[in-house]
Design a protein around this ligand. Structure first.
Ligand code: SF4
Length: 130
């Protein structure tokens, strides 16, 4: 189970449903994205998890920004929140950039013809808003 602060081994599950988490005992690093990875293994584990809904609700309730929860990445949870609030990336002041967290800063800056610091700022805005 991935906790918001990424404590690796909680002594007690924070909530009872966590006892049934399919990720219990799995390598926590699989649920935190590495550069270029798209949570491939984590998605597979989450897809068969009996407590996916509770997990997603937990992440949304606690405002967890890092890692995979309920089968959704932080960016996907952010998109879901915008959708629920009837907003879009554009109305939130953040450009909709595919690969914002997967692509290198230099590549994105070249593609969108902006300073690399702008890419860093966009990532920061998405993290803060999610
Ligand atoms: S949905 Fe994924 S992250 Fe959440 S408890 Fe299940 S396996 Fe773990």
């Amino acid at each position: 189970m991935i906790l918001p602060e990424l404590d690796l081994e909680p002594a007690e599950p924070v909530e009872p449903w966590m006892d049934d988490a399919a990720c219990l005992g799995k390598d926590v690093n699989l649920f935190v994205r590495e550069q270029g990875d798209n949570y491939t293994v984590a998605r597979s584990v989450c897809s068969g998890c009996r407590v996916k809904e509770q997990c997603l609700a937990f992440a949304e309730r606690t405002g967890t920004k890092a890692g995979m929860f309920g089968g959704l990445s932080p960016e996907e949870r952010y998109e879901r929140r915008l959708e629920r609030e009837g907003r879009s990336h554009y109305s939130a002041g953040i450009p909709d950039i595919p690969g914002l967290f997967e692509e290198s800063t230099a590549n994105l800056a070249r593609t969108y013809k902006v300073h690399p610091r702008t890419i860093t700022r966009w990532r920061q805005l998405v993290r803060e808003a999610s």
